[in-house]
Design a protein around this ligand. Structure first.
Ligand code: NDP
Ligand code: 8X3
Length: 254
């Protein structure tokens, strides 16, 4: 029997993570999928197993809870710990307020998810990769990690941290033969803005008014490009924008 490759994707129930799950399943990868919404995760996993004849491990966990995440991952059977690709995707924005008006609770949620959650999954899985002397870590950053836009303050700071962590991981994991790539998207129409505006779908829709945003598949394809390079090639960093978006603030809306 041919040993299939395995990808672990955090934040796999919607948007970019769900698109990656489909694409990697179509490429014959078994999947470890992490997210909090258990029913959605179960539905996605069943669909992928049925459609692509792969195996999926569902991990219902919050990436902010290191003990719980670690318990679920470390108790996987040994063959599931040979993870070839880790996609650190789980992340979110909460609110869009000037620094003096922002909610401390929102700040904590973003910092704990986007920075600490990414660190937690990396700590666990990078040790497995070090033991195998191979692997590829994909960190989902953002244009918000390259630019800062009005009222984006803390979300932008978390994505600047992802950019720095990506560079740090690349250095630290270099001797172990582990690839590290940051993918930084501009506007992608997913549940991101609905989450940012706490369920206000009308306000979320306006973010994409008058331009053609990226879709989650555009980012999944870029990730697959990075992962499918030959062994001697590492894509360190990729910034991917809608054609109508020049940077964090300049958007050509018709
Ligand atoms: P979505 O809201 O569609 O997806 C976010 C995913 O993250 C969901 O599957 C959600 O699952 C999961 N998630 C959120 N918090 C946690 C948590 N604490 N523990 C586990 N899983 C969690 O947004 P996107 O697909 O757009 O976002 C994916 C990544 O892309 C994020 O890091 C985001 O910052 C980044 N990004 C998005 C851009 C955009 O314009 N959409 C642009 C640039 C970067 P569940 O709720 O089930 O836990
Ligand atoms: C998500 C894209 O421009 O809202 O990271 O920050 S943006």
């Amino acid at each position: 029997m041919i040993q299939m490759k395995t990808a672990l994707i955090t934040g796999a129930t919607s948007g970019i993570g769900a698109a990656c799950a489909h694409l990697f399943a179509a490429q014959g990868y078994n999947l470890i999928l992490v997210a909090r919404r258990a029913q959605l995760l179960a539905d996605h996993a069943k669909h992928l197993e049925d459609k692509y004849a792969i195996e999926v491990k569902k991990i219902v966990a919050d990436v902010r809870d290191f003990e719980n995440l670690s318990y679920h991952l470390e108790t996987l059977p040994a063959q599931w710990k040979k993870v070839n690709v880790l996609i650190n995707n789980a992340g979110l924005s909460q609110g869009l307020e000037p620094i003096n008006k922002g909610s401390v609770e929102d700040w904590d949620t973003m910092i704990d998810t986007n920075i600490k959650g990414l660190l937690y999954s990396t700590k666990i899985v990078s040790n497995w990769m070090v033991a195998e002397k191979s692997g590829h870590i994909i960190n989902i950053g953002s244009i918000a990690g390259k630019d800062v836009y009005p009222n984006g303050n803390v979300y932008c700071a978390t994505k600047h941290a992802v950019d720095a962590l990506n560079k740090g991981m690349r250095i630290d994991l270099l001797p172990h033969g582990i690839k590290v790539t940051a993918i930084h998207p501009g506007l992608v129409e997913t549940e991101f803005s609905i989450v940012r505006f706490k369920g206000d779908e009308g306000r979320a829709k306006k973010v994409y008014d008058g331009l053609e945003p990226l879709i989650a598949d555009d980012i999944a394809e870029a990730i697959w490009f990075a992962v499918s390079r030959p062994a001697h090639v590492n894509i360190n960093d990729m910034l991917i924008m809608p054609t109508a978006q020049a940077n964090g603030t300049i958007i050509d809306r018709k």
